[in-house]
Design a protein around this ligand. Structure first.
Ligand SMILES: [Zn+2]
Length: 457
C-alpha cells in the first residue's frame, strides 16, 4: 500500500525543515516511488519504496544492511563510509543511478527516516521485550541489535539527501543548522533531607555514609532538615540548582528543569510538596534567571492522562503562586516511562508544546535516529502532532546505573564524547539529562561541566 496523505505531508514538512523549504516531496503511484522536486528546474530525485518501512509493529527479525555511501559522500563528512539501511534484505550494488537531470536512489531513504523517527517498531511490543517498568529498552531495539544505536542514522541519511539535492538543484540554498547543547535536569528530589519521611531521612543518611563516605551528613542532615524553611540549604547535597544555572549561563545556554507536580506510586516517586515555600522560591529563581520550567509526570501518569493533567495543573498553579512569567509547556516523563504512541495522545489537549522523553534508560544514543527536534507523528493513527520532540541522547543514570551501562568516569567520558561527535557531524542538538541530585561525586560534576564547556567551541 502506498503511503497515505498524512504520512506524505509530515515527511514533506520534515524535509522542508531539514533540507530546504523549496524542496517538495511527492509520491508517484505509477512508479511506486518517492519524488523530490523543486521549482528551480525540472530535475527529479526518485527513491524506490520499501513498503515494510511504513508498517507499524515490533518485528524482531526486521532486516538491516550496511550501504556504502562513499560515492555520494566523497568528502567523508560522516563517521563511516557505511550507513545502516533498516528494511533492506540484501545489500545493493549501486545506491544511486544518475543522469544530469534525474537521479534514482535504490534504497528507500525516506522510509528509513519515517520508520526510525516515528518509532514504528515500538508499537504493540510483546511484553517479553519490555523491561520490568513496561518500557521499551534499548536492548530490544533494532538499532541495538544491528549496532547503530550510537549513530543518528535519520540525520545521516538526511545529510546524504542534502548533498543530492545540492547536486540536482544547485540554486536551492539549504537550511543551515549549527551544533547545540540543551542541558536538562529532572527534579525527582530537590532536597536530600527536607521532604522525605522519617524513615526515608534515616535511609538517606546511611546511604550517603556508605556510598560517598559522607559522614558530615550525620550532623548536617538534621540541621538541613529542620532549618530549611524558605530556601534550600546551601549545604544540601541536592541543592545544585544555582551551580547548574551558572554553568549554563556561562555557556549562553538555558537549562530545562522538569518538576514533579505529584507522586502516584510510592515505590518510584519520591514526592515533594510543590507549594512549599522552598519549591516556590526555587521556581521563582529559575524563572527569574531565564531558565525553563517543565513538567515531570509521575510514574503512573504514563498510562493515565487524568493523573498527568492533575500534576500539570498543580505545577502550573505553583508557578502562578511563584509569580513565574513563563508558561509550563515542556514535558519529560519520569523514569522515561511511557507507551508508544500513547505518549502523544496522553500529552494532547494539555497545552504541552514539547517533549523530551524519547531516550533509553539503559543505554545512551539515538532512540529516534535523530538529534534534531521534530514534530511528533503517531504511526498508528497516522496523525501529525503539534508537540515538538527534543530527543534525549544522554542521561546520567544510563551511564552510571548498575543495571544500565555501569561505567566508570573515564569510560563514561569516552561514550559521551562519541555521541557528542556524532551530533557535531550532523549539526545536531545534544540533549543531555543530569539530575540535580547526581553530583555527590566531584568527578561527575567535572564530566558534566566539560560537556557544557564544549558548547562554547
Ligand atoms: Zn524522574
Amino acid at each position: 500500500m502506498p503511503p497515505n496523505d498524512h504520512v506524505i505531508k509530515w515527511l514533506d514538512n520534515l524535509l522542508k525543515e531539514r533540507i530546504s523549504p523549496l524542496v517538495n516531496l511527492h509520491f508517484c503511484n505509477s512508479s511506486n516511488s518517492w519524488l523530490i522536486t523543486t521549482h528551480q528546474n525540472t530535475n527529479k530525485i526518485a527513491i524506490r519504496l520499501i513498503p515494510s518501512l511504513y508498517q507499524v509493529g515490533y518485528n524482531y527479525n526486521f532486516p538491516c544492511c550496511n550501504l556504502d555511501i562513499s560515492s555520494i559522500d566523497s568528502e567523508k563528512s560522516l563517521a563511516s563510509t557505511y550507513l545502516p539501511a533498516p528494511g533492506l534484505i540484501s545489500p545493493i550494488q549501486i545506491l544511486a543511478d544518475s543522469t544530469t537531470s534525474y537521479l534514482l536512489i535504490n534504497y528507500d531513504v525516506i522510509g528509513c527516516i519515517f520508520w526510525t523517527i516515528t518509532r514504528c517498531e515500538e508499537v504493540n511490543v510483546p511484553l517479553i521485550y519490555l523491561d520490568k517498568h513496561g518500557r521499551f529498552p534499548a536492548v530490544s531495539s533494532h538499532a541495538w541489535r544491528n549496532g547503530y544505536l550510537q549513530r543518528p542514522i535519520a540525520d545521516e541519511w538526511i545529510l546524504i539527501l542534502r548533498k543530492l539535492v545540492k547536486h540536482l538543484f544547485p540554486a536551492v540554498s539549504l537550511i543551515q543548522k549549527t551544533f547545540s547543547i540543551t542541558p536538562s535536569h529532572d527534579v525527582d528530589s530537590p532536597s536530600a533531607f527536607c521532604f522525605s519521611s522519617p524513615t526515608g531521612f534515616i535511609f538517606q543518611l546511611l546511604y550517603r555514609i556508605i556510598k560517598y563516605n559522607d559522614f558530615r551528613s550525620l550532623y548536617r542532615g538534621p540541621i538541613i532538615r529542620n532549618f530549611s524553611k524558605n530556601n534550600l540549604h546551601v549545604n544540601d547535597p541536592f541543592n545544585t540548582f544555582s551551580t547548574l544555572m551558572d554553568l549554563s549561563e556561562d555557556a549562553h545556554l538555558k537549562s530545562v528543569f522538569y518538576f514533579m507536580g505529584g507522586a502516584s506510586d510510592r515505590n518510584f516517586d519520591p514526592g515533594y510538596p510543590i507549594f512549599s515555600p522552598i519549591i516556590i522560591n526555587l521556581l521563582k529563581d529559575i524563572d527569574a534567571r531565564g531558565h525553563i520550567i517543565g513538567i515531570h509526570p509521575s510514574y503512573l501518569s504514563s498510562l493515565d492522562s487524568d493523573i498527568l493533567n492533575k500534576e500539570l495543573t498543580l505545577l502550573r498553579n505553583a508557578c502562578f503562586h511563584a509569580d513565574v512569567k513563563q508558561t509550563v509547556n515542556a514535558c519529560r516523563m519520569h523514569f522515561l516511562r511511557f507507551q508508544w504512541p500513547h505518549l502523544i495522545s496522553n500529552l494532547s489537549g494539555l497545552n504541552i508544546s514539547s517533549d523530551s522523553s524519547l531516550g533509553y534508560a539503559d543505554q545512551i544514543g539515538f532512540r529516534a535516529g535523530t538529534s534534531h527536534d521534530y514534530l511528533l507523528f503517531n504511526p498508528l493513527t497516522n496523525q501529525a502532532s503539534t508537540i515538538r520532540e527534543y530527543p534525549l541522547l544522554v542521561m546520567d543514570t544510563s551511564l552510571f546505573g548498575k543495571k544500565y551501562m555501569n561505567l566508570n568516569i573515564a569510560n563514561a567520558l569516552h561514550s559521551v564524547n562519541n555521541i557528542l561527535n556524532q551530533c557535531r557531524l550532523v549539526s545536531g542538538n545534544f540533549t543531555v539529562l543530569f539530575h540535580n541530585c547526581s553530583f555527590s561525586k566531584k568527578e561527575v560534576f567535572r564530566l558534566y561541566a566539560s560537556m557544557i564547556e564544549l558548547s562554547k567551541i
